[in-house]
Design a protein around this ligand. Sequence first.
Ligand SMILES: [Zn+2]
Length: 325
Amino acid sequence: MQQEEDTQAEWFAYRMSSRMSSQPLVYFPAVPRPDQIIGAFKQLSKRKKTAYLNLTAPCKAPTAAPAKEDYEAYIRRVWESNAIDPFTPEADWTNSRAPLGSDARAIYPVSARLNHSCTPNCVRSFDTSDPPKARLHVVRNIAAGEELTIAYAHVHSVTCTDQSTTLCGGFNNPEWGVDVCTGWSVRRQAIRDLGFECDCKACNRSDKLFRLYNARRERIAELFERLNDRSITPSMANIDALIEDHLSCANELVAWLEEEGLVGVELARAYAHARAYETMHSPSKRYRATEVQWKYLDIIQACYGKDSAAYKQAELLMAILRRRP
Ligand SMILES: [Zn+2]
């Protein structure tokens, strides 16, 4: 277990203020026992204890002089509500950390306060330091006073071995949490499973554009489903039509995602599909695939940073595309 610098002070903006990074308040490389959580809390400085106790918990904070059991129960409830597995979509690219099922657990006090939005303006990732730092990347313009939000979801990349069955590399649908690329009813269920209701613009049923937003999201879901449909087996008989159809789906997807303001990981997923099908569709017009890959690279930079494994992999693919005769 390690504890590092604490809350607000450790957040620092990089040039362009597009990325922030923070150390965990409490970190365990393996899932802790309840007594270890209490032990770690006791070792925190007074300021860090305050930061810890200021995090949300699904119960009332104990009174001024609580019984020891109540106090410790509250500390554990805060832990349960805020501790996360600091893995990252990016880590999946390097295979350095299991994308799901990692035993590490940490509380990042500022990051823990970020609310979910179905049109998030930030992406959270974790670096490869030990313990991992949480990083927050701004993926689109943010108005003064606008809340920073993330999607409560984990999206990770398709591995190379999957490419033979899906035809296309790129990102899978989220494996956990809320897939923002779905209609309202599907999202609402996923959000309820996480224990809250979403009041973001896309979920606001009284908004006069709600039906339009919802129709777009449903179409986006349909297109991703078609692109990820593994029941279609490519064959000599269907390959041309399949490539044509999937390229058209990917291009339509890009357009709808941009309209909906889903310009982070979701758009990267769409561009990954578009690039793959451009390459297959018009091998003699490599500039088309290269153009798409430039856009993909830009988004990966915004989502994970230039120093990320994901960016380096995308950069390498770009170099390969540009070398093709
Ligand atoms: Zn929402």
